[in-house]
Write a protein that binds this ligand. Structure first.
Ligand code: S3P
Length: 425
């Protein structure tokens, strides 16, 4: 797809449902008793992979577009699928479902696309094995395909070497089925959507500092869930509104859970004109509208505990730093190397190709802002967040930018290009 420099972006955009929360709503709905009614479910390919996995295990799921009904069959209601479960491009599906499957009374194989087969799964194989699960990487390379034979699980206290909500969630979901209390302590707090939703469904979960704790459950109960807009998708319009001269955008219905809102804090620290409006908790998660206006930004240092709260936004933050005055340092972000692509490598190469002054470091990058950027051919490496990042950068770069594999945005934001075009006109 080809993009050119554009004039101000103006108007309103309503962001589609949060990807992390959409996955969790189908998973918990499937293992709860009764029907779970989900509103504003994200119809992205990743979340559809989760639906398809649970359908294969006998769960009836009605997908009516914006509303999804999951007819849960209880904690022990899943049945053995006829074929391998295909998690597509979704790390969240693969890792979270592994926690549930570790306790079922059947054997199942989990697989996914080329990217998923390269992503590290040892981080869940280790703790789930410690709990007693029979789970292994078929090719013994610590990646999917995985074979899981459900077992009787034991509660553990796991000290996770990484701050990862996917690891934490896999363990907590397995903990529902364990013979005692399960705890996970992380180096920094990662997103807590699993804990919040487990609690809503009736599980006994507690969070304190960087530790989450769960008791074994007898049953979970279906709920009505309204999913807030995904702050990770809103991030692209936030950046566009701040960077493109003359822009003013109202981004409606954005989830601002404090374990996800690092990008707001970063924007404010960089000098952004950003206002939160209509803050409410109506969805069970904090939500607000974001009013953003073109601003002069300056470079900052980003590292430590804030990193997990903006991990998926670091590509667009790195892009924003190219237009800020002075230096931006991103550190403690080595996790970026094991996302849908190696996001440090792809960001440094692609921004450099457009004329930016960016340097790769062991755990992040250093960006010296304010060099004018020009169009280039950008390989998205089929990473949705890279494609969206460069669609925004192209609004500011001289000449034409071509994004290869641009259609991969269907993973998390199928209507992204239409929403962007609407704001341009
Ligand atoms: C997610 C957690 C994060 C994030 C991913 C979604 C989740 O991954 O990058 O896009 O839904 O739990 P990690 O847990 O690997 O940090």
């Amino acid at each position: 797809m080809k993009f050119s420099k554009c004039g101000p972006l103006r108007g309103e955009v309503t962001i589609p449902g949060d990807k992390s929360i959409s996955h969790r709503s189908v998973m918990l709905g499937s293992i709860a008793r009764g029907t779970t009614e989900i509103h504003n479910f994200l119809q992205g390919a990743d979340c559809l992979s989760t639906i398809s996995c649970f359908r294969k295990m006998g769960i009836e799921i009605e997908n009516n577009g914006n509303t999804v009904l999951v007819h849960g069959r209880g904690l022990r209601g899943l049945s053995k699928p006829d074929t391998a479960l295909d998690c597509g491009n979704s790390g969240t599906t693969t890792r979270l479902i592994s926690g549930i499957l570790s306790a079922q009374d059947f054997t199942v194989t989990l697989t996914g696309d080329a990217s998923i087969q390269k992503r590290p799964m040892k981080r869940i194989l280790d703790p789930l094995s410690q709990m007693g699960a029979q789970i292994r990487s078929l090719q013994d390379n610590g990646c999917a395909p995985l074979t899981i034979t459900g077992s009787l699980l034991h509660g553990i206290h796991y000290l996770s070497p990484v701050a990862s909500a996917q690891v934490k969630s896999a363990i907590l979901l397995a903990g529902l089925y364990a013979d005692g209390e399960t705890q996970v302590t992380e180096p920094y707090v990662s997103r807590n959507h699993t804990e919040l939703m487990l609690s809503l469904f009736g599980a006994d979960v507690h969070m304190r500092d960087t530790t989450a704790k769960i008791q074994p459950a007898k049953e979970l109960y279906g709920q009505k869930i309204r999913i807030p807009g995904d702050i990770s998708s809103a991030a692209f319009f936030l950046a566009a509104g701040l960077l493109v001269p003359g822009s003013e955008i109202l981004i409606r219905n954005v989830g601002i859970n404090p374990t996800r809102d690092g990008i707001l804090r970063v924007c404010q620290k960089m000098g952004a004109d950003l206002t939160l409006l209509n803050e409410n908790h109506d969805t069970g998660e904090p939500v607000a509208d974001l009013l953003v206006k073109n601003s002069r930004l300056h470079g900052i240092t980003i590292g430590g505990a804030i990193i997990p709260t903006l991990i998926d936004e670091l590509p667009i933050i790195a892009a924003m730093a190219c237009f800020a005055e002075g230096e931006t340092i991103i550190r403690d972000a080595a996790e970026l190397k094991v996302k849908e692509s190696n996001r440090i490598d792809v960001m440094v190469r692609s921004l450099s190709a457009m004329g930016a002054d960016v340097e790769e470091t062991a755990d992040g990058m250093i960006i010296r802002g304010s060099s004018p950027l020009h169009g280039a051919i950008i390989d998205s490496r089929l990473d949705h967040r890279i494609a969206m990042t460069f669609a925004i950068v192209s609004c500011l770069a001289e000449g034409e930018t071509e994004i290869l594999g641009a259609e991969c945005v269907n993973i998390s934001y199928p209507e992204f290009y239409q929403d962007l075009e609407r704001l341009k006109s």
